[in-house]
Design a protein around this ligand. Structure first.
Ligand SMILES: NC(=O)c1ccc[n+]([C@@H]2O[C@H](COP(=O)([O-])OP(=O)(O)OC[C@H]3O[C@@H](n4cnc5c(N)ncnc54)[C@H](O)[C@@H]3O)[C@@H](O)[C@H]2O)c1
Length: 311
């Protein structure tokens, strides 16, 4: 097999993916520019320095919007985890979200086609379904933030660019967590406050339910769809075990040995209230099954966050 390209290889999911591929003996071309428009790159740079010099890894520190993508020349498979995630920030810089989530994805897919790749895997999101995101892939698009809108636009644009020469797997991830999680994400911020003995901000809307998906289960889903037997398709990637925010907070409280002081804050616009992904399609097409419970996954994330302090 040829090389695998990982766009956004320094990011939360991209880095887990890269490490797994390198451990499995693949040659990887990773591209990332440590974009700081969403969160600090300090931890990403530290983590990348641990793998950057491995023999079967070529790391390109560059902006994908500027880079000549003929660097994909020997790549059989292109994985796109690059972009701007997070709903809250998307209200502030919607145009930038469009550039990094739509234009970048299309440029990358066209380069994959031009360079003869056989598979393109694109990180989409349950945000395409909107505030209530319950069910299988046939739910209609109903995004409720500029971020969600860009994820829809990217899916449509990639579908239009697809010509059968390179299989296109679109994966809709549901709330990914685990060690290395982005510092703007809920669990990261809650665990950080709990460990520091600070008040934990909790959204004031009761009944929030999320389908939290452990990052290694997401990585395994990507590995599963790289298989040539899986063609062009859209898949939900979720644990399919929705949990209330209160229950997740109780687990974090127990794992951080604290008396968590919860402070109610206003729930921002564009937040998903219920997510629960049906993954029947992915489980039928592959042997993939999510295997990490919320408790085990949170235990790993808490122990990762205990091991360092972020400024
Ligand atoms: N984390 C989640 O819960 C989640 C859920 C659903 C979907 N997703 C999607 O998965 C993908 C990865 O998410 P993440 O949480 O790992 O985000 P992340 O921000 O940690 O990773 C994205 C990476 O892309 C890089 N990048 C951005 N613009 C770039 C550019 N122009 N050139 C080169 N590199 C660039 C960033 O530097 C960053 O390292 C995103 O598309 C996100 O929308 C994530």
């Amino acid at each position: 097999m040829g090389k695998i390209a990982v766009a956004g290889c320094a990011g939360f999911i991209g880095r887990h993916m890269t490490v797994k591929l390198l451990d499995n003996g693949f040659s990887v071309v990773g591209i990332d520019n440590f974009c700081e428009e969403l969160y600090s790159s300090t931890t990403r740079r530290d983590e990348m320095s641990k793998i950057q010099h491995q023999a079967n890894f070529e790391f390109i520190n560059a902006d994908l919007l500027d880079l000549d993508l003929d660097v994909l020349e020997e790549c059989d498979v292109v994985l796109n985890f690059a972009g701007l995630a997070g709903q809250a920030r998307s209200w502030e810089i919607p145009r930038r979200y469009r550039e990094l989530n739509v234009d970048l994805a299309v440029k990358l897919y066209e380069a994959a086609l031009r360079n003869g790749a056989r598979k393109f895997v694109h990180a989409s999101s349950s945000s395409v379904y909107g505030e209530i995101s319950v069910g299988d892939e046939s739910q209609p698009f109903n995004p409720c933030s500029p971020y969600g809108e860009t994820k829809v636009e990217a899916e449509i644009a990639l579908g239009e660019a697809s010509n059968g020469a390179c299989d296109l797997a679109i994966l809709r991830f549901f709330s990914v967590y685990g060690p290395g999680q982005r510092t703007d994400m809920g669990f990261f911020r809650i665990i950080k406050s709990a460990l520091a003995g600070e008040e934990v901000p909790v959204h004031d809307r009761p009944g929030l339910m999320r389908d939290f998906t452990y990052v290694s289960d997401v990585v395994e889903a990507v590995i599963a769809v790289i298989d040539p037997k899986v063609g062009t398709e859209i898949f939900n990637v979720a644990s399919s075990k929705p949990t209330s925010l209160e229950e997740a907070l109780d687990v974090i409280e127990e794992l951080t040995n604290g008396n968590m002081r919860r402070r109610l804050i206003e729930t921002p616009t564009g937040l998903q209230t219920i997510s629960s992904g049906d993954t029947t399609r992915l489980r039928r097409a592959t042997l993939w099954r999510p295997s990490t419970s919320l408790r085990d996954g949170l235990e790993k994330q808490v122990s990762w966050q205990k091991s360092f302090s972020i400024s």
